[in-house]
Design a protein around this ligand. Structure first.
Ligand code: SAH
Ligand code: SF4
Ligand code: F3S
Length: 439
């Protein structure tokens, strides 16, 4: 039996895809290993979203050469977005045996068989139909508590900075029956939480069903599970989705709503189809319907021609919204994107870095303030396992996706427990078990 080792980079969609790849290869008799040293096939499922993500993979490819030399016959393959973006040029390095894009995983067994005869193989065809809807993923997470379910692939937006539409192709939604079946299967296997995944979940459409409809269907099919979803686009998240969340207790009170910039001029140049005011309106609507809903975001510092004033608009927007958490990046020009073709990458690196640091410093304060607002409150948390720092403590997340730790030697991963927030850091709520009085 051949052993396959996969490293996964990038977003949650890649994690879900790796699980599909394990399933597809499993059917052909490959078994999974977590030890590269014993692998017959070494795969990296890669990300192209920023240059540093790709640089890391180039470094890994160098390291994989050690095993190719040491154990002749070992095959090295590049999957995912970087495979799609770089294609042939990866093969030309002579350092990889297989290049397979995100829609080509069904051909992996064939590619591996041909490559093992000494002929490097490539398949980077994008598809308009492929959703891997019929493939039951082999879950690779270790805690057995939380699972990803991919509901759509690709992206039809053309945000000018973004490489994803080029690496993942056109948007397509997965058959709702197969999504519900997978959710029910997760429940049966003991999972307690599922996350519905897509680059733009709000544009889900399958026959008459939109995302609000799908969300309700899934929430009602697996009432004992917690439901999360990601990512929502501010221009598409509908009142119907918010109302569905508000009316289903098992849908977590958390929306990841990437804003990218607080400046209308930047938003237009980024080809985001909302304004600062439109974004703030969505935030107000979320809070009106669900006052306890966490809102998190993504932001890019130093996009083409960004001025100090544009940057200040981002800072004031962060302040106004008071995000609970954020992923913060410096702009990285991606070859082939609209921005790379049309706009010079003209904000000097040190200015990008300084602006990013200012956003991070502000968000650190906002995260701490958000956590302080939770002091004294009680939350139901899903136990993930022992806390990393202290084995006598457990950790788990609130519906708002905040990490909690508390002393506990009774419960275990997968339990739902009530905790009271006693203290906090910027990253964690420090809690105690909700006291239960007997007698
Ligand atoms: N589909 C999601 C985003 C996917 S990419 C959405 O529309 O929100 C994840 C994040 O990476 C983006 O939200 C953005 O903040 C960041 N990102 C994308 N392209 C980037 C680039 N060229 N440089 C820096 N950050 C980028
Ligand atoms: Fe990229 Fe925009 Fe699509 Fe998100 S919505 S994946 S940022 S093009
Ligand atoms: Fe990266 Fe591809 Fe995801 S570029 S962020 S792995 S869709």
């Amino acid at each position: 039996m051949k052993k396959v080792y996969i490293e996964t980079y990038g977003c949650q969609m890649n994690v879900a895809d790796t699980e599909v790849v394990f399933s597809l290869l499993g059917k052909e008799g490959y078994v999974r290993t977590e030890d590269m040293a014993e692998a017959d096939v070494i795969l990296a499922n890669t990300c192209s979203v920023r240059d540093n993500a790709e640089q890391r993979i180039h470094g890994r490819i160098e390291q994989f050469q050690y095993w190719r030399r040491k154990r002749p016959g070992v095959l090295v393959g590049i999957l995912g977005c970087m495979a799609e973006r770089m294609g042939e040029s990866l093969l030309e390095t002579g350092k990889v045996d297989i290049v397979a894009g995100p829609d080509a995983y069904r051909s992996l067994p064939h590619l591996l068989a041909a490559a093992s005869q000494g002929h490097p193989q490539i398949d980077v065809l994008l598809s308009r139909e492929e959703t891997y809807g019929d493939i039951a993923p082999v879950r690779v997470d270790t805690n057995g508590v939380s699972a990803f379910i991919s509901i759509m692939r690709g992206c039809n937006n053309v945000c000018s900075y973004c490489v994803v539409p080029y690496t993942r192709g056109a948007e397509r939604s997965r058959d709702a029956h197969s999504i519900v079946r997978e959710a029910c299967d997760c429940a049966q296997r003991g999972y307690k939480e599922i996350t519905l995944l897509g680059q733009n979940v709000d544009s889900y459409r399958w026959e008459e069903l939109d995302f609000a409809g799908l969300l309700a269907l899934v929430a009602e099919s697996v009432p004992a599970l917690r439901i999360r979803f990601s990512t929502s686009n501010p221009q598409d998240i509908s009142d119907a989705v918010l109302e569905t969340m508000a009316s289903h207790a098992n849908i977590c009170r958390h929306i990841h709503l990437p804003v990218q910039s607080g400046s209308d001029r930047m938003l237009e140049k980024m080809r985001r189809r909302y304004t600062r005011e439109g974004y703030l309106e969505r935030v107000a609507k979320i809070r009106a319907l669900m006052p306890d809903c966490a809102i998190t975001t993504d932001v890019i510092a130093g996009f083409c021609s960004e001025t100090e004033e544009d940057h200040r608009d981002t800072l004031t927007l962060f302040e106004e919204v008071g995000f609970d958490a954020a992923f913060m990046f410096q702009y990285s020009e991606r070859p082939g994107t609209l921005a790379a073709r049309k706009y010079p990458d003209d904000v000097p690196p040190e200015v990008k870095t300084r602006r990013l640091e200012e956003i991070i410093a502000l968000q650190n304060r906002l995260s701490l303030e958000s956590n302080r607002r939770d002091l004294g409150k009680t939350f139901r948390v899903l136990v993930e396992g022992p806390s990393k720092r202290n084995p006598a403590e457990l950790c788990g997340r609130t519906g708002q996706n905040k990490m909690c730790v508390w002393p506990d030697t009774v419960h275990k991963a997968g339990d739902l427990v009530d905790v009271v927030v006693k203290d906090c850091t910027q990253a964690t709520l420090l809690c105690e078990l909700f006291p239960i009085f007997v007698g």
